[in-house]
Design a binder for this molecule. Structure first.
Ligand SMILES: [Zn+2]
Length: 286
């Protein structure tokens, strides 16, 4: 939020403001997923695993490269906070900021979830979204954002002065510690900014502050991904429930989410190979 200006406008203020914006990262040269291949593979999917994430908690899951996973709404409207790591290397993790810079504030079918430096490769591609009809509403809100971070006990303490232990950050930390055997405080360092699955968010038009509103998700809705590399995932059922009022407390109605893992007929992926890490030399000018 910008304060009231202390500096008078220069004579050419209007001209400076009228300069047209350009897209920071034009995507014309961005490698695109083969959605025809994805469609053929989707026709052959067989479910291999189902994991229920209880309310106000998190669970981990693994997906081999070339397999699919879905996050499914069950029982009631619920938002999920998703973390992804390379299965064998926690240092390669989802980079929500660069994903936002490449694909925009909210993700949809064909968008990728990119890993951080020095890897910068697609970890997963979104292949189906039953909420794709939502688009952007009159408030500028949309679903599946990469602008929020994840609710956490530190901001809760900063703003409310109390400790709440079932924020998404803590849920993801506990789940990752249980999966890896890492001490809790070590696991915490690997938890990162999320894809806010099913969450409906935007920026207010006047102050450009981050807002949330009741998620339009209903039981049966799902967001589906193709795993581009071997993945370890963790999904938290946000204590905000549908995020219509507040989070970081036990006030909201919360529901489970279901993670489903699928294997396709490998024949349908015959021309596909897992993306390699960035080819940048890493010389950094020396
Ligand atoms: Zn949360």
């Amino acid at each position: 939020m910008k304060p009231v200006a202390q500096t008078p406008s220069p004579p050419d203020a209007a001209a400076r403001k009228a300069v047209k914006p350009v897209i920071c990262y034009p995507t014309a040269t961005l490698p695109q997923p083969d959605m025809a291949m994805v469609a053929a593979a989707r026709d052959t999917l067989e479910m291999t695993q189902k994991i229920i994430v209880p309310p106000r908690d998190a669970r981990t899951f693994t997906v081999p490269a070339g397999h699919f996973f879905k996050i499914v709404s069950v029982e009631g409207p619920q938002v999920g906070d998703l973390n992804l790591w390379a299965r064998q290397d926690l240092s390669e993790k989802f980079y929500s900021g660069k994903t936002r810079a490449l694909h925009g504030t909210h993700l949809g079918v064909g968008d990728r979830l990119w890993s951080g430096f020095p890897y910068l490769r697609p970890m997963a591609t979104i292949t189906y979204d039953t909420l794709d009809w939502y688009g952007f509403d009159a408030y500028g809100g949309g679903v599946h954002d990469v602008i929020g971070t994840r609710c956490d006990p530190y901001t809760g303490r900063l703003l409310g002065g109390t400790d709440y232990h079932h924020c998404c950050h803590s849920n993801l930390t506990r789940a990752l510690a249980a999966e890896t055997g890492l001490p809790l405080l070590e696991a915490e360092h690997h938890v990162h900014d999320v894809l806010n699955v099913f969450m409906c968010t935007g920026f207010t038009k006047d102050t450009h502050q981050y807002f949330m509103k009741a998620s339009p998700v209903r039981p049966g809705d799902f967001l589906e991904f193709f795993a581009e590399i071997d993945l370890l995932g963790a999904l938290s059922t946000c204590p905000g429930g549908d995020c219509s009022t507040e989070h970081s407390s036990d006030a909201a109605a919360c529901y489970p989410l279901e993670i489903q893992i699928f294997t396709p007929d490998p024949e349908t992926l015959s021309g596909w190979s897992s993306p390699k890490p960035s080819a940048y030399s890493r010389g950094h000018g020396l």
